[in-house]
Write a protein that binds this ligand. Structure first.
Ligand SMILES: NC(=O)c1ccc[n+]([C@@H]2O[C@H](COP(=O)([O-])OP(=O)(O)OC[C@H]3O[C@@H](n4cnc5c(N)ncnc54)[C@H](OP(=O)(O)O)[C@@H]3O)[C@@H](O)[C@H]2O)c1
Length: 259
């Protein structure tokens, strides 16, 4: 019978994490590397990725920093090529890059809608498609982990493009899993609750944030490490029969009724 460390071990796996230059993605990349995967770090801010690469290597891991905009399809292909050349076929993709916005739906400019939906939904599809194509071509099993949000299930005011895109990610995850599971490519998602990062710190550290926090049954925002377990479960053989699922990690925030 496998013990826990064997079950979650990622030795020999090659991961690619989008949005690895800050917040949740930075942590995801470090956790995958700490558990044995070689990790391609993707984002636009190369200086941040290079710093993370150094940190991972200093801890005994393997990493590669790749500057790419997830909206740029040519850069996407190049990123997979570079990762493959350095480490082999990418068998774990963490589709994490994302952007937020705020403002009333009636005031939302078209380019803002397209930027948010393009980054948070379209790019998730195209990066998953590219990863899956390569895994199928190489006849390799693997795992795609999309980062959704509790806003993929419930809605809030002022984030119409974001919440719509994240609901799309939940549905996309199911649709891709259905087509890819029989080839051994498992597609799943994580729906985090609130974690203070560059994406939302202005909002969450202000008065509105204090009110949000009071409504989280576990009594605090998500912290570093709170998503490690869900990520490792979905990325490793521990989750080998999990496909098409979205794991909610939110301290019970989304099950609590308001009012
Ligand atoms: N924090 C939360 O409470 C929360 C809750 C639910 C879901 N999420 C989701 O978790 C994911 C990570 O968010 P975070 O909170 O960690 O935010 P963050 O700290 O702002 O990180 C976002 C990451 O996405 C990258 N990114 C954005 N646009 C990109 C683009 N066009 N091309 C390449 N990379 C791009 C950024 O890198 P560069 O700027 O260097 O390109 C950055 O590394 C997002 O999908 C977000 O929606 C977050």
């Amino acid at each position: 019978m496998a013990n826990a460390s064997e079950l979650f071990d990622l030795k020999g796996r090659v991961a690619l994490v989008t949005g690895a230059s800050s917040g949740l993605g930075e942590r995801f990349a470090a956790v995958l590397a700490a558990n044995g995967a070689a990790v391609a770090l993707v984002a636009r801010r190369l200086d941040r990725l290079s710093a993370l690469k150094k940190k991972i290597e200093a801890a005994g891991g393997r990493a590669l920093a790749i500057e790419a905009d997830v909206l740029d399809r040519k850069a996407m292909v190049k990123a997979f090529d570079l990762a493959e050349k350095a480490f082999g076929t990418v068998t774990i993709l963490v589709n994490n890059a994302g952007v937020a916005h705020s403002g009333r739906a009636v005031d939302l400019p078209e380019e803002e809608w397209r930027r948010v939906v393009g980054t948070n939904l379209d790019a998730v599809f195209f990066w998953a498609q590219e990863a899956a194509r390569r895994m199928l071509a190489a006849k390799k099993a693997g795992a795609i982990v999309n980062i959704a949000s509790v806003l993929g299930f419930g809605v809030a005011k002022g984030v119409v493009a974001y919440t719509t895109a994240k609901a799309g990610v939940v549905q996309l995850t199911k649709a891709l899993a259905l087509e890819l599971a029989f080839k051994g490519v498992r597609v799943n998602a994580i729906a985090p609750g609130w974690f203070v990062t560059e994406l939302n710190e202005e909002y969450l550290t202000g008065a509105a944030g204090a009110a949000v926090k009071r409504e989280i049954p576990i009594g605090r925002f998500g912290e570093d490490g709170d998503l490690d377990g869900a990520l490792l479960l979905l990325a490793s053989d521990a989750g080998r029969y999990i496909a098409g699922a979205t794991i909610v990690v939110d301290g019970a925030q989304s099950v609590a009724l308001r009012g």
